[in-house]
Ligand binder design. Structure first.
Ligand SMILES: Nc1ncnc2c1ncn2[C@@H]1O[C@H](COP(=O)(O)OS(=O)(=O)O)[C@@H](OP(=O)(O)O)[C@H]1O
Ligand SMILES: Nc1ncnc2c1ncn2[C@@H]1O[C@H](COP(=O)(O)OP(=O)(O)O)[C@@H](O)[C@H]1O
Length: 172
């Protein structure tokens, strides 16, 4: 399981989608989990309190474990702001099969990108508990892969991901 973590707008979904395509083209069976297919269905009842984020990540970890058991390479793209929650997923999946990818991007750049216009809303006080504004984000201290999305092109980041991941999954 490849676990992307980072602020909103850091590039998790873009990189997970790009990696999914690159792995698919190499013949791997891949599935991409993110807010679109999880928060609209399985986790529809969860919001953005600390407790709900923890439960969101726990369920994604459990679903990811089932998919991994079924032989898929799972790419998950969630903010997952708490280190303890990411560590729990690592435990559920197993150390050997879990790759933590920190999509690192300074808050001011994410805010400039404002892909979904949510930072603007959060700054205006129209959206509460927004990560990086009035809700915390704990950066991974020792990610397996560290992407700097403010300094790397999307293609460079995907190349970097492939270089690290392909040797670990060949044989899958
Ligand atoms: N309060 C608040 N804080 C952060 N994000 C918010 C919030 N409200 C809505 N959104 C939108 O939901 C996406 C993050 O959902 P996640 O499931 O990845 O969050 S978490 O892992 O449970 O923290 C996130 O998507 P990404 O931009 O793709 O990260 C936002 O678009
Ligand atoms: N190296 C990079 N990696 C990922 N995204 C990048 C990179 N450079 C620029 N971007 C841009 O940053 C934005 C990231 O948005 P998105 O993938 O939706 O972030 P997230 O899923 O983390 O909220 C996109 O508009 C993307 O084109």
């Amino acid at each position: 399981m490849v676990w992307f973590t980072g602020l909103s707008g850091a590039g998790k979904s873009t990189l997970a989608a790009g990696l999914e395509k690159a792995l698919f083209e190499r013949g791997f069976k891949v599935y991409h989990l993110d807010g679109d297919n999880i928060r609209n269905g399985l986790n529809k009842n969860l919001g953005f309190s600390e407790e709900d984020r923890t439960e969101n990540i726990r369920r994604v970890g459990e679903v990811g474990a089932l998919m991994t058991d079924a032989g898929l390479i799972v790419l998950s793209a969630f903010i997952s702001p708490f280190q303890r929650d990411r560590n729990k997923v690592r435990e559920i999946i197993g150390e050997d099969n879990f790759i933590e990818v920190f999509v690192d991007c300074p808050l001011n750049i994410c805010e400039q990108r404002d892909v979904k216009g949510l930072y603007r809303k959060a700054r205006r006080g129209e959206l509460k508990n927004f990560t990086g504004i009035d809700s915390p984000y704990e950066s991974p201290e020792q990610p397996d892969i560290h992407i700097f999305s403010d300094r790397e092109s999307i293609d460079e980041s995907i190349e970097k991901l492939l270089t690290s991941i392909l040797p670990k999954i060949s044989g899958s």
